[in-house]
Design a protein around this ligand. Structure first.
Ligand SMILES: [Zn+2]
Length: 406
């Protein structure tokens, strides 16, 4: 006797209303151009119904294709099915009956992805349709959800689904710098800090306000780009999408202190152009107290953030330092010694790390003596704006000797 295995019916919808800053008023409702009707546009992976002008619609398709290429490569699963999207620029151009009242209400403030289909064993048959306002990258955001539904049947826990959708919206391939828009950065810098537990709380629901989306983006951007953590992030995410159980807390259990420290550092220094890869923390570096006649030597690059100075300092102890070499902090600036150029940029500075806390920065220079304000590991860098390290050039070599008591 054979028993037919029933297909399970899946109906899912991700409502991202409120994920974008109120889009009402952004649509140019009183624009004077000729009334348009929604038209259809196609590209390799998308079918778009939109009232956008042809050039804008073609440009959007191109952006969506680029986004899809990046995310499908990241998840290692090519898109197999056309993704259908309704992209609304101006609701007045959509005839009565062309969109349901619910969809009309939704696309004035954000977007929604509605998926339905079935799963029979390994056979997934899902169709997802995107309805999105043409503001704040909502079409790209929703298209990430649609790709996940059609490819995996699910989108993962809210923090992951929404963080990765926002990431897809701003992602530039092979670029580890921050490319999020200013309102996202401003919110993250000004609002009270959210803990990792709060950001990844599994009880969260989608559509709970754009502010929460900024934190989800920040964590996903950080974990996708930081070499200390991305090796675990990808399998964890693929686990979310393919039904293998995994959680954030479990995936990073052995590295949570480091992760928390680096994530907070990222949020503290967040700015357009901040480059995670240049500022990644070196947790494997060795530090030693300077004793005898052998100095502690470090080589410090101008184009990176805090780098290990190799010196373990003791509170109250004086240390002599001598720096050799030159560097510069922009393409056109003059070569400077470690005491910096006339602008104040390019000075060698230090900081003490102790038990995941940082001291205030320590001003150093070409040579001199400093007194350790606490115990800790000494890290060094070339002073410059955190989001403008990429055009820096040069390396300086520094030697440290403990000052002898007389
Ligand atoms: Zn969403």
């Amino acid at each position: 006797m054979t028993r037919r295995r029933k297909a399970s019916i899946i109906f899912a919808c991700l409502l991202c209303v409120g994920s974008t800053i109120s889009a009402v008023g952004q649509n140019g409702l009183d624009r004077n151009d000729d009334a348009r009707r929604p038209e259809n546009y196609r590209s390799q992976n998308f079918l778009i119904h939109t009232d956008l002008a042809r050039d804008d619609a073609e440009a959007l398709l191109q952006k969506m294709e680029t986004m899809l290429k990046i995310i499908s490569r990241y998840w290692g699963a090519p898109n197999r099915k056309t993704i259908e999207c309704y992209v609304v620029d101006n609701l007045n151009y959509w005839p009565a009956g062309s969109l349901s009242p619910n969809v009309r209400a939704t696309v004035s403030q954000g977007g929604i992805t509605i998926a339905q289909g079935s799963r029979r064993g390994n056979q997934l048959n899902m169709n997802a349709i995107v309805y999105a306002s043409n503001s704040y990258g909502t079409p790209q955001h929703e298209a990430v959800h649609a790709y996940c539904y059609q490819t995996f049947g699910v989108t993962g826990p809210t923090w992951y689904a929404e963080g990765m959708a926002e990431l897809g919206n701003y992602w530039v391939e092979d670029d580890t710098t921050v490319t999020a828009p200013d309102y996202v950065i401003r919110h993250l810098k000004r609002s009270p800090r959210k803990s990792l537990e709060e950001i990844t709380d599994y009880r969260q629901r989608t559509g709970d306000g754009w502010q929460n989306y900024t934190w989800r983006w920040a964590l996903c951007h950080f974990l996708v780009n930081n070499r200390n953590y991305y090796d675990r992030f990808r399998p964890m995410g693929v686990g979310f999408l393919t039904g293998r159980p995994s959680t954030f807390a479990r995936s990073y259990a052995s590295r949570m202190k480091e992760l928390k420290f680096e994530f907070e550092f990222f949020v503290d220094h967040l700015d357009r152009g901040f480059d995670i890869d240049r500022c990644v923390w070196n947790w494997k570096a060795r530090y030693r107290e300077q004793k005898g006649t052998r100095p502690v030597v470090a080589r410090i690059r101008a184009d990176k953030g805090w780098q290990p100075g190799g010196l373990k300092v003791v509170k109250g102890q004086d240390y002599h330092y001598t720096a050799e070499g030159t560097w510069r902090t922009s393409k056109d600036s003059e070569e400077a010694f470690a005491d910096g150029g006339p602008t104040g940029n390019g000075k060698l500075i230090g900081i003490l790390f102790n038990d995941y806390e940082l001291s205030a920065p320590i001003e150093l220079g070409t040579d001199g003596t400093f007194t350790a304000t606490g115990d800790g590991q000494l890290l060094l860098r070339c002073s410059d704006a955190w989001n403008r390290l990429s055009d820096n050039k040069g390396t300086i070599s520094v030697e440290f000797m403990s000052a002898k008591d007389d």
